[in-house]
Design a binder for this molecule. Sequence first.
Ligand code: B12
Length: 475
Amino acid sequence: MKSSLLFVEPPRNFWFVMGEYLPPPSSLLILAAYVERELPGVDIDIVDCQADRLDWKGLERYIESTDPSIVLTSGFTTNAYTCARTCEIVKTVSQDIVTIVGGIHFSFTTEESLRNYPEIDYIVRGEGEQTVVDLIKTLQNKGKISDVEGISYRKNNTIVHTPARPLIENLDMLPYPAYHLVEKNLKRYHFTMMAGRNTRYMILEGARGCEHQCSFCTQWNYWGSRWRTKSAKRIADEIEFLHNTYGGVFLWLADDHMGLSSRGKQLYEELRQKQCKDDIMLFFQARIDDIAQHPDLIGNLREVGTYWILCGVETDSQEILIEYKKGIKTQDAYQAMKIMKQKDIFSQAMFVIGARRDTHESIERLREYSNELTPDIAIYTALTPFPGTIYYETAKKNGWIEDTNYSNYDMAHAIMPTDTLTRKEVQEELWRCYKTFYGSVTKNIAGVISNNKLKRTLYRHMAGQFVVEKLRRLI
Ligand code: B12
């Protein structure tokens, strides 16, 4: 079998809550880099429909004209249908093209996805690099598919799941993401609200998984309850490489949390030796307890380019935090916000509404709490039962899930009611959260004319994108 691989980032809807942006297809770039290194004779192409402005018809034409032997695509729950649609288009072009999908959503819904989408040939479960290389080689050599660990597929009328593949122990062995395969698009990747329209946006990965077990999150479960990190040196080298080679400025570290205690200091030591530290805008996610315990490290990381930190505050209710298995105290949030302010870091706080015990009153308290915390930006989300989470299992068992259309699983749509609120009321409460935080005229005027450039951009952008109005329309 000839081998030419086409990685597809399908046409997608963006998450309007964060305004206008165009992200690089990070999962595909990370995966493609490994395949390119391990299978040097194979042709590899990446088509990014967003950046190339291709709609579904355009993608079909692209596939027809490039005639790949294998098409690979990736998605998470809310955009999984775009992967299925990609595979469907592939099969209309030619039944002979093999389709492979991977990522969190498909890994947790293998049976359902293979049943619903006959156009998907193989699902790669979990960590993709070694499995996909093994699968491609096996397809090339017409080998025994059942010997490939970590895949699910249909055989006759049954669905076969081969045993899970062990995780890669040393993430430093992974190559740098294959940005050279999307070089013509580099100038297009941006995140207006976070860094401005013309600032080059790149995503890199420093760790996989999480050692915590939040009940609404898929990540820890997906990565086998482990947190594996690249070395601080490797992360700093990768940052330097992306900046020096491709001009990356707004660099988004994809890790689910920074892990300040275990690598904050080392990362600082490594980055302070790099010249690029003065030119980059580093973004990462961190836990509020971790920030509260390490004010100095936050200051250090500010010195080496960190300018925006996202943290999950979730709720003001200690009971709900316990239900979420979050392992933080509401008090940590005050401390964390204060530290970020002192250290001149833009703070993004994430909140969740719609827990089973949430009421109008409890959500009102959450609104007051989020206002009191005064993060630079507050993002409110509706509790979403992503397949693979503890919450999904509980919600499914109890019949709480009212909306089964995965494309709405974007955390801006209410999917479940609570004990006392209908789903519509949860949606309405979500809108009220944004209205309260961003709707205040005084605050908006202060934001739009703020001395802080980021704050100015944010408020102008929020107003320009009509985010509050878009949320109202979801009710
Ligand atoms: C960067 C990022 C974004 C970027 C864009 C990412 C992109 N390139 O499209 C932005 C900011 C736009 C974004 C938006 C959203 N995101 Co986001 N995002 C991430 C983040 C932080 C990193 C993604 C990444 O590059 N990971 C690194 C790669 C290497 O990991 P990976 O994707 O898992 O891929 C590996 C394997 O899964 C597998 N694999 C994956 N795909 C494929 C495909 C094939 C063919 C194969 C063989 C293997 C394979 O191989 C890879 C290497 O081992 C992740 C968290 C995380 N750490 O992954 C969240 C995450 C994916 N996002 C999430 C969510 C919920 C969202 C939003 C809905 C809302 C929100 N609150 O942020 C929006 C939706 C946007 C939309 N409408 O599409 C959730 C998804 C949960 C779920 N189960 O669906 C995650 C997991 C965060 C979390 N902790 O819950 N996101």
